[in-house]
Design a protein around this ligand. Structure first.
Ligand code: UFG
Length: 335
């Protein structure tokens, strides 16, 4: 059985990925200090899979402690999710982001080195691209992250590439996620942002639950309905992409560093999300059109040909699944 260490295992994408890993026969260990998640997630993973996951509640930036804990362990692969991810917050607290996101990546790499993990999968983001590049973005599109959060993701990719160049047997993939959304179909796992959510779909579910209004940022964009278009991908599909990535690395005889877009290739506008949400959940949303949000571009889509061809990755879930599971999860109110 292949042994995989997941960092940020109780987080949104981490927890969904652990379920897919366990269901595909991997043995999973996790590191999560619950800075933006809850330990109850592991009980729900057990409920879903019948399998227990050992979690180490430590900060990945605490490299000394990692050394003693993982002294005698071995892993085949590390999937590194643990990071702060609020774009807006990163602009106001850049050092917090550089400190945490880079410190935790270095911690994960030290574990990889000490525990002989030859495969590393890194959680990157579409936010690394130059947003003014022609969309859909391919993996060769120019990079130019605007926020400190985006910079930490890009620097993370650079660190991995430098590390790769000096290592004779490493296999590393950076996965650039577009807009992950939705919850597990069992409604046992989902996104649980502490404080005010940052992204459209959790903002919609939270405002509906609290009977409040939310803002549509701008309706004068050059798109068919004049609102922004994004590439929303169901979180279980994002999780499944990691299984495709691992299986690809397992087959690969030689060392490799590569980058993949993880999206659907389909665009959905803000108004289309609202319509799909209302139709699928039989609700009426309360929103008003407000001014454009600084930094938003009209259309942001993934070119997903590379992941399809090389990782054999195909999506399973639709926008309808995203909005249905997101609302079911919010109503269930698991914390
Ligand atoms: N939007 C609203 N109202 C809101 C929030 C968002 O109209 O209250 C709109 C935005 O203007 C945008 C769309 O909904 O057009 C999606 O916005 P999100 O904030 O959910 O997502 P972004 O596309 O801005 O950014 C997200 C992640 C980034 C990631 C990026 C990659 O937050 O980390 O996707 O495409 F890098």
């Amino acid at each position: 059985m292949k042994r995989v260490l997941v960092t940020g295992g109780a987080g949104y994408i981490g927890s969904h990925t652990i379920v897919e890993l366990l269901n595909n026969g991997y043995a999973v260990t996790s590191i999560d200090n619950f800075s933006n998640s809850t330990s109850k997630t592991f009980d729900r993973i057990f409920k879903l899979t019948g399998k227990k996951v050992k979690n180490y509640n430590i900060d990945l930036s605490n490299h000394k402690k990692l050394e003693s804990i993982f002294k005698d362990q071995e892993f085949d692969a590390i999937i590194h999710f643990a990071a702060f991810k609020a774009v807006g917050e990163s602009v106001h607290e850049p050092l917090k982001y550089y400190d945490n996101n880079l410190g935790s990546l270095l911690g994960a790499l030290k574990i990889a080195y000490n525990c002989n993990a030859q495969s590393i999968i890194y959680s990157s983001s579409a936010t690394v691209y130059d947003q003014n590049e022609k969309t859909p973005f391919t993996e060769k599109s120019n990079l130019n992250p605007l926020s400190p959060y985006g910079m930490t993701k890009k620097i993370g990719e650079d660190i991995l590439f430098d590390y790769f160049k000096n290592n004779s047997n490493l296999k590393i993939l950076s996965l650039r996620y577009f807009n992950p959304a939705g919850a597990h179909p069992s409604i046992l796992l989902g996104e649980n942002p502490k404080g005010i959510p940052n992204n459209l779909i959790p903002i919609i579910t939270k405002s509906l639950k609290e009977k409040k209004s939310f803002a549509v940022f701008g309706n004068t964009y050059k798109t068919p309905d004049k609102t922004c278009i994004r590439d929303y991908i169901h979180v279980v599909d994002v999780a499944r992409a990691h299984i495709s990535a691992l299986k690809y690395l397992e087959k690969k005889e030689i060392r490799i560093y590569d980058v993949f877009n993880i999206g659907t290739g389909y665009g959905t506008s803000v108004l289309e999300i609202i319509k799909a949400f209302e139709k699928n959940n039989s609700v009426k949303l309360n929103y008003s059109i407000k001014g454009k949000r600084q930094g938003d571009v009209p259309i942001l889509l993934a070119n997903v040909k590379k992941a399809k061809k090389i990782l054999s990755f195909k999506i399973k879930y639709t926008i309808d699944d995203i909005v249905k599971t997101a609302w079911e999860w919010e109503k269930k109110n698991l914390s």
